[in-house]
Design a protein around this ligand. Structure first.
Ligand SMILES: *[C@@H]1O[C@H](CO)[C@@H](O)[C@H](O)[C@H]1NC(C)=O
Ligand SMILES: *[C@@H]1O[C@H](CO)[C@@H](O)[C@H](O)[C@H]1NC(C)=O
Ligand SMILES: CC(=O)N[C@H]1CO[C@H](CO)[C@@H](O)[C@@H]1O
Length: 318
């Protein structure tokens, strides 16, 4: 009897895996091909040929760019180089990047920057918050930006039980931020299985020195996160579910789901157009090509603009 139950359970489990693997082809857009387009005003930026990770632009036009991410399953063209933060002044006619010098006392050799977010305090001091994966752990590093010296002064490392597998961050106050967790498991095999099984165990977390809590859950793989121009809504990209979640932010930092915008592409980084409030999303058309990464047949990337008219209107603005 016990054996029969065990066999039945095993059969059901294998059937589930089979079904989920078939679904995974859909999830990863494994068969999607994109037509190459001539990138008009787009060009590669000298010094960032090996790729970059995230970007955050100050109202003044200074952009911070994180580079050099080592992340299981993702290609890295310079795996032996530690990560860096670059600065670019978008007001210049031909903007160039310059690596920022990081203050002594911070372990630069294991710097592995992922999502970044800036915060300007009432004295106009600029802080850069960086999701870091030293030795494949997750921390949030706080730096003070010294514009004259072109440097970042390391102030603090934040670690917390809930801050695991962190992907992106959006800072809304001094040491107050939301962050996304992109995997539940930290082990690479289990993290892959988690996507295959479609567990939806990842979440959005709120952090402050006084309170740390999960504020939204049930994402397949929560990725880019940002806040609307009026600071009332939080937008979260779920990369494998190919959608963007619009959430209302409450005074106690809790979030309530309002709307899900479904797309046919794997949504990654999110940015808000400062003039219109529109959402700009950096996306992967085909996740299988991204993971396999054949330079003869590169994975491509895609950009989506979503117009936000109030919050209940979301139109692909193309
Ligand atoms: C890109 O990576 C190669 C090694 O893979 C390295 O030689 C080169 O300096 C890197 N370029 C930049 C701009 O970091
Ligand atoms: C970077 O900072 C270190 C110490 O903080 C300093 O010794 C070094 O000269 C700086 N490098 C540049 C290029 O500013
Ligand atoms: C912060 C964030 O979401 N960064 C994403 C930007 O895009 C890269 C690669 O496409 C992702 O790996 C990052 O997660």
């Amino acid at each position: 009897m016990g054996k029969l139950v065990a066999l039945t359970l095993l059969g059901a489990f294998l059937a589930l895996i089979g079904e989920r693997l078939v679904a995974l082809r859909e999830k990863t857009n494994a068969y999607r091909e994109v037509e190459p387009v001539e990138p008009q005003n787009c060009h590669l930026i000298e010094g960032l040929e090996n790729g970059s990770e995230d970007i955050d632009i100050l109202p003044s036009g200074l952009a911070f760019i994180s580079t050099g991410l080592n992340y299981p399953g993702m290609v890295n063209f310079a795996p032996d180089k530690p990560g860096q933060i670059f600065l670019m002044d978008l007001n210049e006619p031909n903007p160039r990047v310059q690596a920022l010098n990081i203050s002594d006392g911070f372990d630069k050799a294991s710097f592995n920057p992922h999502g970044i977010s800036t915060f300007i305090d009432k004295d106009h001091t600029v802080y850069l918050y960086v999701v870091n994966h030293p030795h494949m752990e997750s921390t949030v590093e706080i730096f003070k930006f010294e514009e004259q010296q072109h440097s970042l002064i390391h102030l603090k490392t934040i670690k917390h039980e809930l801050l695991k597998s962190v992907n992106d961050i959006v800072v809304l106050g001094a040491e107050q931020f939301y962050a996304t967790r992109d995997h539940y498991f930290t082990n690479f095999f289990l993290a892959t299985l988690e996507i295959v099984l479609d567990l939806h165990w990842t979440y959005v977390l709120f952090y402050s020195p006084r309170e740390v809590k999960v504020v939204a859950k049930g994402f397949n793989s929560a990725n880019g996160i940002t806040v609307s121009s009026d600071k009332k809504y939080i937008y979260v990209a779920d990369v494998f579910d190919k959608n963007i979640h619009v959430m209302k932010k409450h005074d106690n930092w809790d979030l309530t789901p309002l709307k899900v915008i479904q797309l046919d592409t794997l949504v990654d980084n999110l940015t808000i157009d400062p003039d219109t409030g529109d959402i700009w999303a950096g996306c992967h058309p085909n996740a299988i090509k991204l993971v396999i990464y054949n330079t003869e047949d590169p994975p491509g990337s895609e950009f989506q603009a979503l117009s936000t008219r109030g919050v209940l209107w979301f139109l692909p603005a193309n």
